[in-house]
Write a protein that binds this ligand. Structure first.
Ligand SMILES: [Fe+2]
Length: 301
């Protein structure tokens, strides 16, 4: 029986109804994968599964990464990192908690393979705040005027995960990566304007928290160029706001969408507890069994 869906936003995203991810057959997964490529983001509600279910779902999509901040990965499932404001009894963080607030990005920007799928599962959510926002980069491209589109064609962006992580470490209790770990995530030059490899739709790709450079411009000129494009993509009418409930799983295509967390001050006195995993998909996915570092989206949702 085909899956039932309802839109999350007029531009992109669907909620998928009536699926138990802990008992997923191949035909249903094929429908889910098709919906993913068509709509860019999927929501499943009431998924109270154990972590192995999320790992198995990731394997169906592609090759799972190991999040680089290993101190926050689940001991028995290192493909899943724990996010939120959980603390250990000794006062040290028990989850990765990024306090930089709203910062639109893509989780795949630090990697050669931009076809990354993020899985974000809600274990506990605060009564207010802690939302995740998403927007469609195909809709953003389609709504630009032709002159602007022509100006963007052929431009290159240099994305650097380590450049961003250095900024995050100034406001986070996460441990710095070793030189060896940093070297595993080299800077990445990508086309600003791209064609989605599955949907064939045009889009532009920016993860502005990682952008060091546009073409051969300096940082100031580069940011002056990209920020209006980020603002265009994230105009309020183009944004889907996800208000989390325990058991929600949100899945998104990191080439076709951008996302951001929201201001953490909205839930200082409540718990936000999430499980995040990440898989590389598409023809550039690494061979099965060779685990890659994940984008670590410092920002992470
Ligand atoms: Fe993220």
């Amino acid at each position: 029986m085909p899956i039932e869906t309802t839109p999350l936003h007029p531009d992109f995203g669907v909620e998928i109804h009536g699926v138990d991810l802990a008992a997923l057959d191949d035909a249903t997964f094929a429908d889910i994968e098709a919906a993913y490529h068509t709509h860019g983001a999927l929501l499943f509600r009431n998924q109270f599964y154990t972590p192995d279910v999320q790992v198995a779902l990731g394997h169906r999509f592609g090759v799972l990464g190991i999040p680089p901040r290993k101190q926050f990965n689940l001991p028995d499932h290192p493909e899943i990192s724990v996010l939120g404001n959980l603390m250990n009894p000794d006062g040290t963080p028990a989850a990765f908690f990024n306090e930089m607030g709203e910062e639109w990005h893509s989780d795949s920007a630090g990697y050669e393979n931009l076809d990354g799928v993020t899985f974000l599962h809600c274990i506990e959510s605060p009564p207010e705040g802690g939302e995740t926002l998403l927007c469609s980069m195909t809709a953003a491209w389609d709504s630009l005027d032709a002159d602007k589109q022509a100006d963007m064609e052929g431009r290159k962006l240099l994305h650097s995960w380590n450049y961003h992580n250095d900024k995050v470490l100034k406001v986070s209790k996460a441990k710095p990566l070793s030189p060896e770990e940093r070297a595993k995530i080299p800077d990445n030059i990508t086309d600003l304007v791209q064609v989605h490899p599955v949907s064939g739709r045009k889009l532009y790709y920016i993860s502005h928290n990682l952008v060091k450079q546009v073409d051969d411009w300096d940082e100031k000129s580069s940011l002056t160029y990209i920020m209006p494009l980020v603002d265009h993509a994230t105009a309020p009418e183009r944004v889907y706001t996800h208000r989390w409930r325990p058991g929600d799983l949100l899945v998104w295509d990191n080439r076709a969408t951008m996302h951001t967390a929201t201001d953490v001050s909205a839930y200082r006195n409540a718990t936000r507890h999430m499980h995040r995993s990440y898989a590389f998909t598409g023809p550039h996915a690494l061979p099965e069994g060779k685990l890659a570092p994940d984008s670590g989206s410092l920002k992470t949702t």
